[in-house]
Design a protein around this ligand. Structure first.
Ligand code: NDP
Ligand code: 2IT
Length: 449
């Protein structure tokens, strides 16, 4: 193990024992512990107060059965999860993921990362995450509704506007949030719309929330490029994914003068040298919930390839926006060999540890997920503010707050990287800036959990 600090070494050993086999969670913890080392060595109060061993252990981890009836009258059983990771700086906050791969390791890695991300936003939100191994693909609206109602029938007793505020993630958008909110309202007999974010506009949703993660990612990428005296104007951008984050990342990249040439889904990827037709993507993915194979019907000159391949395309900027560990060491080598200037993570932990190290060592402008994709949860926190006030801000107001938050996250992460003598290493900078605020709040609140 690569720790200088015997304290961190000991904490990480314990994490490995306690969470044996949970590869995604261990990966996320390892990256954070390695990068906060200078902050831990510089402040003896961290070890004295047992901060790191408390941060790596969730405050609460709920696992529950979700049974529902499909359209054929068959009973189906899924497993539901909610991790309430850290409430030092605010109510637990984080999305719900519906995907067949969901398990304890994935929920815990996402919840752990969320704590630092939420801290970086500067807003009062703690960290949480949840979801289920339910596969939304091919399900009817009624099946989605029955699943969401059953899921909420257990979850509702554990959440609340001042307790834990779920939102969307993979497989969860406005449709699912609507069904979840309807069931919460019925069970609690109370219109508390601050309990969920990502809601529809008619019942307390915020303008710009659907766009926020993608737009925020580009505001962050723009800030990285500007610091290096560059901009997005005229850049070639490759994007993976074709879901919520990918679509609005592409939209903002184009608005800022770049050309987006790829997108992907879980079966294949498209290359469109003339620039992706985003209206076609929105119709295929948002309206019809169909496959990217259909893109050729709109743009006959575009290429469709089965499997994975976005990172082999020559580009200036790469934006992984699909899922964890989708960009490995070989992909990073290919991107670097092709002259990539900036990589910013729209997805959570899309780069493996080896790929991240290559980007950092080669001085590629690298925006780690916790910092670069924080725009989604930041606007969720703004949605909570609007719900508390019972008022709604305009599109321009929300967008300008989002922009300022992303620039602040970049500046704070950059400043933290300078402070520890690793100027420009935003992996260290973001982890340290996020960590320090939570640590200070935990120390102030004493040892109760
Ligand atoms: P969506 O469900 O809208 O889209 C996910 C996209 O990624 C789809 O194109 C999907 O393909 C693809 N994908 C998902 N899983 C896999 C997989 N195992 N292999 C290959 N492709 C896959 O989700 P989001 O856009 O909301 O989320 C994308 C990423 O961004 C996730 O990592 C999420 O945690 C992260 N994120 C999301 C935020 C949000 O506000 N929504 C905020 C911050 C981060 P297909 O259509 O075939 O399923
Ligand atoms: O990973 C994330 O930050 C999200 N899925 C958004 C969480 C939120 O509460 O808006």
């Amino acid at each position: 193990m690569s720790f200088q600090s015997p304290y961190l070494e000991k904490v990480y050993e314990k994490v490995q024992q306690r969470n044996a086999g949970e590869s995604e969670f261990l990966q996320a913890v390892k990256e954070v512990l390695e990068s906060i080392e200078p902050a831990v060595l510089a402040n003896p109060a961290i070890e004295k107060n047992g901060i790191v061993e408390r941060m790596v252990e969730p405050e609460r981890f709920l696992v529950f059965r979700v049974s529902w009836v499909d359209d054929n009258g068959q009973v189906q059983v899924n497993r539901g999860f909610r991790v309430q990771f850290n409430s030092a700086i605010g109510p637990y906050k984080g999305g719900l993921r519906l995907h067949p791969s969901v398990n304890a390791s994935i929920i815990k890695f996402l919840g752990f990362e969320q704590c630092f991300k939420n801290s970086l936003t500067g807003l009062p939100i703690g960290g949480g995450k949840g979801g289920s191994d339910f596969d939304p693909k091919g399900k009817s609206d009624m099946e989605i509704m029955r699943f969401c109602q059953s899921f909420m029938t257990e979850l509702y007793r554990h959440i609340g506007p001042n307790v834990d505020v779920p939102a969307g993630d993979i497989g969860v958008g406005a449709r699912e949030i609507g069904y979840l909110f309807g069931q919460y309202k019925r069970l609690s007999n109370s219109f508390e719309n601050g309990v969920l974010t990502g809601k529809g506009l008619t019942y307390g949703g915020s303008l710009i929330r659907p766009q926020a993660t993608g737009y925020g990612l580009l505001y962050f990428t723009d800030a990285m490029l500007q610091k290096a005296g560059d901009s997005l104007q005229g850049k070639t951008v490759v994007i993976s994914g074709a879901g919520n984050v990918a679509i609005y990342a592409a939209e903002k990249a184009m608005e800022l003068g770049a050309k987006v040439v790829t997108m992907s889904d879980s079966t294949g990827w498209i290359y469109d040298g003339e620039g992706i037709d985003l209206n076609a993507i929105k119709e295929i993915k948002e309206v019809r919930r169909a496959r990217l194979t259909e893109y050729k019907n709109y743009r006959p000159n575009a290429e469709y390839h089965e499997g994975k391949g976005v990172w082999s395309v020559k580009c200036d900027v790469a934006l992984p926006c699909a899922t964890q560990n989708e960009l490995n060491e070989d992909d990073a080598k290919a991107l670097i060999a092709n002259g990539v200037k900036a990589v910013a993570e729209g997805a959570n932990m899309p780069s493996t540890l080896e790929a991240t190290k290559l980007f950092v060592d080669n001085k590629i402008l690298f925006g780690p997920a916790k910092a670069a994709n924080a725009g989604g949860v930041a606007v969720s926190a703004l949605e909570m503010s609007q719900n508390s006030m019972r008022l709604a801000w305009t599109r321009e107001e929300v967008d300008s707050k989002l922009h300022d938050i992303m620039v602040n996250i970049f500046n704070n992460s950059y400043a933290a990287s300078v402070q520890v003598g690793h100027e420009g290493n935003l992996v260290m900078g973001a982890n340290i800036a996020g960590f320090n605020k939570i640590a200070e709040a935990m120390i102030a609140q004493g040892v109760a959990y």
